[in-house]
Design a protein around this ligand. Structure first.
Ligand SMILES: [Zn+2]
Length: 290
């Protein structure tokens, strides 16, 4: 290698180094410009604490549940993996949007004597109807709240007997018995109440649970906006996340039970003025179609 060649190589090396430095800083700049904002249906894992290490259940992971889990916690990994939150079909054909431009607020895990009446009050104040995904044993314990939900024109949704996030891994007979027991508790409070929707706890859908729910005349209902309100991040954060990410057709996941839900109640007062000005909010139709 002569001096001429080596000079050219050195120059080329300098160019490569300069380019690498430029690309590196551009990459760093780009990273810093990306807003650290959760996407609809997905969750910023950095904000997860309580369930950060909880894996999504799958047929190969049939460990018993540690107890009730909020719905967004388990579903996120599956939803991200399957790109189910972009407005199309969800996992195993579950619904993630309303199918129209209308937006649906959904309240899970109740009814609860502390928070469900407050949620009903705020919704009434704003003239909004919503959908309540109720847990069977809570319906049995608080039939008057099931009656209050129906009396205000909201839609009921079956959310399993005791919020079993592993329900989808059980036999079709057990799944069916669980869903029927829940519907029976709802109808003990409101005979002939239409129950056209089923939401799997944790969003942990499986083919058997979808199949059984549909066989019982219930449409599987997922969501595409999840402010992780069950983590109690504060009313403003919940409200801001919903108003920033809701789009036409969104199904918004909220909770009126399962912990201190005062933040969710207060978030409604923050978000409903804007949401009602931008969208028509609907209780999901009781015939399961839109
Ligand atoms: Zn739930």
């Amino acid at each position: 290698m002569g001096p001429r060649t080596s000079g050219r190589s050195a120059a080329a090396a300098v160019v490569v180094l300069v380019l690498a430095a430029l690309l590196g800083s551009a990459y760093a700049l780009g990273r810093s410009l990306v807003p650290d904002e959760p996407r609809p249906g997905a969750t910023n894992t950095a904000t997860r604490t309580e369930y950060a290490d909880q894996p999504a259940p799958s047929p190969s992971d049939a460990r018993p549940s540690a107890g009730p889990s909020r719905d967004g916690a388990v579903a996120d990994q599956d939803a991200e993996r399957q790109h189910a939150t972009d407005g199309g079909d969800g996992l195993f054909g579950s619904r993630v949007t309303t199918g129209s431009r209308r937006v649906a607020l959904t309240f899970d895990d109740g009814p609860n004597p502390d928070y469900t009446p407050q949620v009903l009050d705020v919704l009434r104040e704003f003239g909004v109807r919503a959908t309540f995904c109720v847990v069977g044993e809570n319906a049995q314990n608080h039939p008057q709240l099931i009656r209050a939900i129906v009396a205000d024109g909201h839609t009921l949704c079956n959310h399993s007997w005791r919020h079993d996030v592993q329900l989808g891994l059980r036999s079709p007979d057990l799944i069916r018995a669980d869903l029927l027991r829940t519907n029976a508790a709802i109808r003990a409070a409101v005979p002939d109440a239409p129950i056209a929707w089923y939401r799997q706890p944790g969003g942990a859908w499986t083919y058997p649970v979808v199949s059984v729910a549909e066989g019982l005349g219930m449409t599987p209902l997922h969501w595409n906006v999840d402010p992780s309100d069950w983590e109690a991040p504060g009313a403003l954060r919940i409200a801001t996340m919903v108003t920033r990410t809701a789009t036409a057709g969104s199904v918004v996941l909220l909770h009126d039970a399962g912990g201190d839900r005062q933040g969710t109640v207060d978030a409604l007062r923050h978000m409903l003025p804007e949401l009602t000005s931008r969208f028509e909010l609907e209780a999901l139709p009781v015939d399961g179609t839109t």
